[in-house]
Design a protein around this ligand. Structure first.
Ligand code: GLP
Length: 247
């Protein structure tokens, strides 16, 4: 595990270099992508690099981590819309190579099976981007007595609905369910990049990195992954001992 600490701009630059290096090495990489506030600066930075001709997405395939059940891809708060706005529509990725669970699928369980199979057929994820939820979730793998390995439908915790209400007009509008890539599918990614920012993430970041590995904090399972790098700002890293930190 590597831990890189900088300001928001430094994190975005360093994480974008990781992605560019990945695509240089393997131009047809399979990327695992994330939504949330944390990756926005990274997406902006990568778009800048793209516009300068430093990276090409022509042969890239992507799989997003999750989607709300019940929202169409056109809904302002759907993760499909988020990805189009912040990333896909600003680079030369083929939209048909971008995958996000279909929030409007008639049968979400079948949709999850289909999605899992698509990831498998693509050969798994080469480079996986993650944020961390305030309760330690990754994707929408919520804390609990057990975790599910594969893509599945999940009932969102009330704390997650509250945390994500800032993106909707009211808390009631936040969907109660989502589809998420499962823990095994995430942990099978060859390389994992985690971005967390802000004082409110400091405790969960410390527990993720230094606490026990437990289903009560899904992100703690990242401790067993052989190639994970945390990109943290000074606030989210404030509870970590200095000896762990790279820069
Ligand atoms: C959502 C997403 C997660 C994301 C989390 C944190 O719940 N499903 O994938 O990591 O939000 O988001 P933020 O970066 O806005 O704190």
């Amino acid at each position: 595990m590597r831990i890189y600490v900088s300001n928001a701009e430094g994190i975005a630059k360093a994480a974008s270099h990781s992605l560019i290096a990945q695509i240089d090495k393997k131009p047809d990489s399979v990327l695992g992508l994330a939504t949330g506030t944390s990756p926005i600066m990274l997406y902006n930075e990568i778009v800048k690099e793209y516009l300068e001709g430093n990276v090409n997405f022509k042969r890239i395939t992507s799989f997003n981590l999750d989607e709300y059940v019940g929202l169409s891809g056109d809904h302002e708060q759907s993760y499909r819309k988020f990805m189009e706005k912040h990333f896909f529509n600003r680079i030369n990725i083929e939209i048909s190579n971008t995958h996000i669970p279909n929030g409007e699928a008639e049968n979400p369980d079948e949709e999850c099976e289909r999605y899992e199979e698509l990831i498998r057929k693509a050969g798994g994820i080469d480079w996986q981007l993650l944020g961390i939820g305030l309760n330690g979730h990754i994707g929408f793998n919520e804390p609990g007595d057990s975790l599910i390995a594969v893509t599945h439908m999940v009932r969102l915790k009330e704390e997650t609905r509250s945390a994500n209400a800032k993106h909707f007009n009211s808390r009631e509008e936040v969907p109660t369910h989502a589809m998420t890539v499962g823990m095994a599918s995430i942990l099978k990614a060859k390389k994992i990049i985690v971005i967390a920012m802000g004082r409110e993430k400091a405790h969960i970041v410390q527990q993720t990195i230094m606490g026990p590995i437990t289903t009560k904090l899904p992100a703690s399972f990242l401790q067993i992954h052989p190639d994970v790098t945390f990109f943290l700002d000074t606030e989210s890293a404030m509870l970590l001992p200095r000896r762990l930190v790279i820069a």
